[in-house]
Every structure is written in C-alpha cells, then in structure tokens.
Design a protein around this ligand. Structure first.
Ligand code: FAD
Length: 326
C-alpha cells in the first residue's frame, strides 16, 4: 500500500506542485501508515529522483522511454496504468496543471475509479481511513468534501500553490527504481512536432514573493502601469482580479483566484479589489495582505492585515514616491 504522487517534470525540471504534493502526501501517508511513492515519467529524468526523496518520498519509480520525452496523453497514461494495476496504490495525487488535468481523468477511467478535480484541501478520515478531497463547488460559494469509498485508488488533482513547499532534508534516503517502459510508437496517437514557448510563460505569479494586484477599481489599462512600477520597486509581479482580466487590462496569466492561479506570496497588495470569495480563494494564504480600497466595508478589508481606505490614484503615487525616496 502506498500514496503516489505523480511528479510532473517538463524539460527535465520538476514542477513546483510536485514538491508541494510530496509535502501533503507525506502527511497523508503517515496518517495511513503507508509509504510515499513519487512516480517520475520521462526520458533521462532519473537525476531528479534525489530531489523527490529529499522532499519526502520514500521511494521513486522512474518510468523511462524515449517516447515519453514529451508529454502525450497516450504515452503517460499507458506507462502509469500498467504499473498502477500491478502495484495497487491507495491514493494517486496529480498537480492540476494543464498536463495533470489531461492525464488525471484518463488514468482514472483506465483504473476504473473516480477522480476529484482541482482540489484545494486533502485529509484522511480518522474512522474510515478514506481520503477527504475538498474543492470549491457552485461557483466557489461552498466547499465540497468528496470521498471515494468503494473504489481504489482514490484520485485527486490538486491546484498548484495550495500546499506549502516542504523543507528539503539532505539526509533523507530512499529507494530509486528505474523501469524501462515497454511502449510502441503506434500506441501513441499524437505526435509532438514542435514546442513553441509563448513570452507570457515567463510570468509565473505563483513563484513571486511580492504581488501587487489590481481590480476593477483601477479603472483602465493605463492604471496598471502604476501597479507595474510599484511591483518593480518591490521586486514583485503584477496580479489581477478576474474583472480586470475580463476587461482586457492585463493578461489571463496574471489572474488570481478560483479560475486563475493560487498564490501565497510574502506580501500581497490588493488595489481596487473588492475581495469576492472567488478572488480570496486564490490569495488568502498570503503571509501579509495590504488592501487599498475606497470602501472601508469591502470584504477584502476583513482578511487584510493592513487596510488603507482611500483612492488608489492618491495612495499608490504617494507610496511609490516614498519607496523611491527611501
Ligand atoms: P469589484 O468587485 O467590482 O470591486 C472593485 C473594488 O474596487 C470595489 O471594492 C471598490 O470599492 C474599489 N474601488 C473602485 N474604485 C476605486 C478607487 N479609485 N480606489 C480604490 N478602490 C476603488 N474573480 C477573481 O478575481 N478571480 C477568479 O479566479 C474568479 N473566478 C470566478 C469564478 C466563478 C465561477 C465566478 C462566478 C466568479 C469568479 N470571479 C473571480 C469573479 C468574482 O466573483 C468577482 O466578480 C471579481 O473578483 C470582482 O473583481 P474586482 O474585485 O476587481 O471588482
């Protein structure tokens, strides 16, 4: 019996969510008294196994084949399915990235089990030992906790950024098992011809320590220049509410919230953002929250560590000047 984390890598680099899942997976596996296994799929990726062990895995299963160099639905599903049927994990956790959201349901269907997508919380029921999978439902207005009592494995995709990164322990040791997966070209019905990286890929608000976020209260696209300046001075990046993204003032990659990204920076400055539940879902774990809003009763004020009641067009220029003078 074990808890599995599918450790996603791209171009030979582990995705942060893989390590976040190991942190949570460690806690779950200890509650169940079973081992924690990381499953690494790709080609020449064995070198990443030690990082997974340092972050909590007891063992790493490395599934290698040249045909698994780039992600394909068939390649990854076939490779993991075979070993999952053989080893019968109790739980399989996958990051809810673009790849994870494609792989998770396919794998669940092959293993004839269910999948709870886009979870924001995981725990073990003390009595039944079932996995409790929590996710927003009904437009984020309630949190639903879902169990899968009759089928195994219990499967969940989990949003990146919801669980903290575990501290690596350089002394940790674990078992690495490399399997050369038997896979034929004709099993893979899609071919990756080339990968074109968009410039926007450089913006990863989930990694930022400081986020200066703007909402409808910013009023227009030009207003975001002010936020960019403040973010630059603080060594951070610009985030946004969905209202600002929908208005076309900034790209979707900057959106924080239920249908955007989940962030937990050291400092989150919400400018002209009301604090709708769907926005809070993506940022309320930030270490320190400053809200600038002209409405002292805006919901964001109730979770802010510091609330500044005022017009962003007065407060922000003053703040920028102060920081420049500092
Ligand atoms: P508003 O709610 O309009 O708030 C604007 C705020 O700015 C107000 O509080 C106002 O007092 C203040 N203000 C106005 N002018 C100024 C000024 N000059 N100076 C200072 N303050 C000012 N939203 C997200 O953000 N992220 C999501 O991922 C997301 N997903 C969603 C998913 C679903 C299924 C649904 C139904 C909704 C989702 N939403 C999401 C939308 C969400 O419900 C809100 O509509 C949105 O967050 C509102 O954005 P806002 O706070 O910028 O705008």
């Amino acid at each position: 019996m074990s808890v599995w984390v599918i450790a996603e890598q791209r171009d030979g680099y582990l995705q942060k969510v893989a390590l976040e899942l190991l942190g949570k997976g460690r806690e779950l596996s200890e509650k169940l008294g079973v081992k924690l296994t990381a499953v690494l799929v790709g080609y020449e990726v064995e070198k990443l196994a030690n990082t997974l062990i340092k972050h909590g895995a007891d063992e790493v299963i490395v599934l290698e084949n040249i045909l698994l160099k780039n992600y394909t639905t068939d390649g990854y599903t076939n490779a993991i399915e075979k070993i999952a049927i053989e080893r019968k994990p109790e739980i399989i956790l996958i990051g809810a990235t673009n790849i994870g959201r494609d792989l998770g349901p396919r794998l669940a269907a092959r293993l004839k089990t269910g999948l709870t997508a886009d979870c924001t919380g995981l725990d073990i029921d003390e009595n039944t030992k079932n996995l409790l999978m929590t996710r927003p439902a009904f437009g984020g207005n309630l949190m639903a906790t879902i169990e899968c009592p009759n089928h195994r494995p219990q499967m969940a995709t989990v949003r990146p950024g919801v669980f903290p990164l575990p501290c690596p322990d350089d002394r940790r040791e674990g078992r690495i098992e490399k399997i050369d997966v038997k896979i034929k070209e004709e099993e893979i019905r899609t071919v990756v011809e080339k990968i074109v990286k968009s410039l926007d890929e450089k913006i990863d608000i989930t990694e930022a320590k400081v986020i200066v976020s703007g909402g409808r209260g910013i009023g227009n696209k030009e207003g975001f220049e002010m936020l960019k300046e403040l973010a630059h001075l603080l060594g951070g990046v610009v985030g946004a509410s969905r209202a600002a993204v929908d208005a076309g003032w900034i790209g979707k990659d900057h959106q924080v919230g239920q249908t955007g990204k989940t962030v937990r920076p050291k400092l989150y400055i919400a400018c002209g953002i009301s604090g709708a539940i769907q926005h809070l879902a993506g940022m309320q774990e930030s270490e320190y929250i400053i809200a600038i809003n002209k409405d002292e009763n805006a919901p964001i004020m109730s979770i802010a560590d510091l609330g500044i009641v005022g017009d962003v067009y007065k407060v922000l220029p003053e703040l920028i000047n102060e920081i420049k003078a500092y």
